[in-house]
Design a protein around this ligand. Structure first.
Ligand SMILES: C[S@@+](CC[C@H](N)C(=O)[O-])C[C@H]1O[C@@H](n2cnc3c(N)ncnc32)[C@H](O)[C@@H]1O
Length: 322
């Protein structure tokens, strides 16, 4: 796989974002995209196998069951771009179905270099596939993909795993509208969305018994230690998952177990923590079935089909750019 990578200024941006997030008045915050370094991407793969985290299996079941149906609804010729592909495992069924019909160019877009490498290993054996990865943020990557488009070629964008849920609701609609803006009428977006379910099911999914999600979350502090030379003592922070009923989301936090000061030299920062104070690291918003179509319409898409999993409330939505 050919990969276009941007490496310059990544540490500088990381330091600046850590500084902004940890000096915020009120709730301290770290951006969820920084959860995915090499260790974080590997831990996310393990999370997707946990019995409590039914989301990935539901997404995978829907893609496996409906891959031919999805592909039959798409125009030809078509190229595929995937936002935050991760390992790309679930994408295999869609790509295999497409590659039976035409030679297919697949563009995974990822900020995690190790996830991008996993994706190549996972999918490069498919017949008639041509993979070109972009180590970029979602929209920067999609703009580059759009620039490679040949005359008459359509585009299918995949945004799976309910990663849309990491945006708050308004930001999610704005993001979909930005994606729509890069697309042309008739292009498609296959959007995975996790649906509302019981608090007990959600809390178990984001705070598993084995502690893998806790390690995934705490790795963000370890990453700051590794890359920004900080002195977070991981034994003095604890993973916390909680439901936010107002925003209908599950939030992940890192809670300080004592009063402490942490030094982050590369961000030119010393941060005070009170006992019990938290750093908010991720939100995962949950949706009603109808709400997803409403969001899609507001962003300029038509909701063509929704497939719902019968074991774990999750919707695969095929959206068409109007
Ligand atoms: C929740 S995981 C989902 C992975 C995969 N799509 C799945 O469904 O299992 C989110 C993925 O998006 C990537 N990611 C997060 N923020 C990103 C950003 N701003 N731009 C590009 N990729 C991003 C992460 O590295 C991670 O692999």
């Amino acid at each position: 796989m050919l990969v276009h990578a941007i490496t310059a200024n990544i540490s500088y941006e990381f330091a600046a974002d850590v500084r902004t997030g940890l000096t915020k008045p009120g709730q301290k915050e770290l951006l969820s995209k920084y959860l995915y370094d090499d260790v974080g991407s590997a831990l996310f793969e393990v999370i997707s196998h946990l019995p409590e985290y039914g989301l990935t299996r539901a997404d995978e079941r829907l893609l496996r069951r409906h891959a031919s149906d999805i592909v039959e609804r798409l125009p030809t010729p078509i190229a595929v771009a995937e936002l935050g592909s991760g390992s790309g495992k679930k994408t295999r069924k869609i790509l295999e179905a497409l590659c039976r019909r035409q030679r297919t160019r697949y563009y995974p877009i990822e900020i995690s270099p190790s996830a991008l490498a996993m994706c190549e290993r996972e999918l490069s054996d498919i017949d008639s596939i041509n993979i070109l990865g972009f180590e970029r943020e979602y929209l920067d990557g999609l703009l580059e993909v759009a620039a490679q488009r040949r005359p008459g070629q359509h585009l299918l964008v995949l945004f799976l795993g309910s990663t849309i849920g990491n945006f708050d609701r308004m930001a999610g609609i704005k993001f979909l509208a930005e994606v729509r803006h890069i697309l042309q009428p008739g292009d498609s977006l296959l959007l995975g969305t996790d649906l509302e379910k019981s608090s007990a099911q959600l809390l178990a999914a984001y705070d598993d018994e084995l502690g893998v999600t806790a390690a995934f979350n705490l790795n963000l502090l370890a990453r700051i230690n590794r890359e920004l030379d900080a002195d977070f003592d991981l034994a003095h922070f604890e993973h916390l998952a909680r439901i936010n009923p107002q925003s209908r989301s599950v939030e992940m936090h890192l809670q300080s177990l004592r009063r402490q000061t942490v030094h982050i030299p590369a961000a030119d920062l010393a941060v005070e923590f009170r006992e019990g104070e938290t750093i908010w690291t991720e939100s995962s918003h949950k949706y009603s079935q109808e709400e997803v179509c409403q969001m899609a319409r507001t962003a300029g898409f038509r909701c063509d089909v929704q497939w719902i999993d019968d074991q774990w409330p999750f919707a695969e939505n095929l959206l068409i750019a109007e």
